[in-house]
Ligand binder design. Structure first.
Ligand code: WQD
Length: 331
């Protein structure tokens, strides 16, 4: 099978391309390099022996997107490309709606023109908004009290895909709702390396560890959780990547929805301790004010993905920290 991976030079996209190539898929990448580097394609070749064809294209360029789709002969698309900085989306909502929604609509138009009927979409647990419980199952309502425009774009794209699946009975959609991706490839050659100032916990911890930031600010320790700091379901990016292969192998007409998480919650203080254990050094941090929009605790109930896709996480927080340290030491 031949797969087009949008956002394939990004953090999750590049790890997914590696797993696809290792599993014998033919892959091409479409990416505008807004949050990644073209050199990632060379690393993918180094890790797999295969250099996927790379199209430096912005999904907002409708004609260029159509051309890639027309010429590619793809069997399916995995759609990662999108802006994903939560805080930035609050400051720049129109940029996020244009980039994520219009970009996806252009992709769907190109797929329709080319007769490509399978799409795996990179969604997020953020679509559940604030559901009033910590353990997230796929049947929870979505779209209510989503804290950021970023999260709302994920929800809106899900709704667009559901509507298209009604209009076109041959359309096959997988909505994969990620929890908190962390870690790096075991080689230490591929990892999370966002352009600009990161928002997420692990890339910020990495910057503190490298001395680029003086200390980590822990956003609040007065939450109703095990140690007062927020609890999240951190999933190793390689496990997440493998979840996309499991999804590809189980596609059928209609919309299928899966939470991709470990099913376990880890607090910010526990993440700091795990990083310190892996690095062998203390990580400087201070307790700071809560961050607007943060929920105290949520994690996946990953039963459905196991039962229907035969997928579950196999790597641990410790594996993710060890792989992150290897990646840090390479740069
Ligand atoms: C994790 C925890 C922070 C930074 C978001 C998106 C989600 C997904 C992952 C986008 C929180 C705390 C963080 C820091 C801290 N997709 N923290 N100090 O907010 O759970 O989820 O990112 O990438 O869709 O919503 O992830 O990594 O930002 O925060 O204390 O400097 O770490 O308060 O509790 P989040 P995060």
């Amino acid at each position: 099978m031949k797969i087009l991976v949008t956002g394939g030079t990004g953090y999750i996209g590049s790890h997914t391309v590696v797993e696809l190539l290792k599993d014998g898929y033919e892959v091409e990448i479409l990416d505008n390099l807004a949050n990644s580097k073209a050199s990632v394609v060379d690393v993918i070749e180094e890790l797999t022996g295969i250099k996927p064809k790379f199209h430096q294209v912005d999904l907002l360029d409708k004609e260029a997107t159509k051309k890639v789709m027309q010429e590619g002969g793809f069997d399916a698309v995995i759609h990662f490309a999108g802006l994903k900085a939560v805080a930035e989306s609050v400051e720049q909502p129109l940029r996020y709606y244009e980039n994520n929604i219009i970009g996806t609509l252009n992709l769907l138009a190109a797929m329709k023109d080319a007769g490509v009927k399978r799409l795996v979409f990179s969604s997020s647990a953020t679509v559940y908004g604030d559901p009033g419980k910590n353990a997230y199952t796929e049947d929870l309502p979505t779209g209510q009290n989503i804290a950021s425009p970023y999260g709302k774009t994920k929800y809106m794209i899900e709704e667009i895909l559901k509507d298209e699946a009604v209009a076109d009975p041959e359309f096959e959609v997988m909505l994969l709702r990620y929890f908190n991706p962390i870690g790096a490839h075991e080689s230490g050659k591929l990892g999370e390396d966002p352009n600009g100032r990161p928002n997420n916990l692990m890339p910020i911890i990495m910057k503190v560890a490298k001395g680029e930031y003086p200390e980590l600010s822990v956003y609040g320790n007065d939450y109703p959780t095990k140690d007062g700091t927020c609890v999240r379901d951190y999933i190793h990016v390689v496990d997440l990547a493998k979840g996309h292969l499991a999804a590809l192998k189980n596609m059928k007409p209609g919309v299928k929805i899966y939470n991709l998480g470990s099913g376990k919650g880890t607090s910010v203080l526990e993440m700091i301790a795990a990083f310190e254990k892996a690095s062998g050094e203390k990580l400087p941090y201070k307790i700071a004010e809560r961050r607007a929009g943060d929920l105290p605790e949520f994690y996946a109930v990953p039963t459905k993905a196991l039962e229907e896709l035969g997928w579950k996480t196999e790597l641990t927080i410790e594996d993710a920290m060890n792989d992150t340290i290897k990646y840090l030491n390479n740069f």
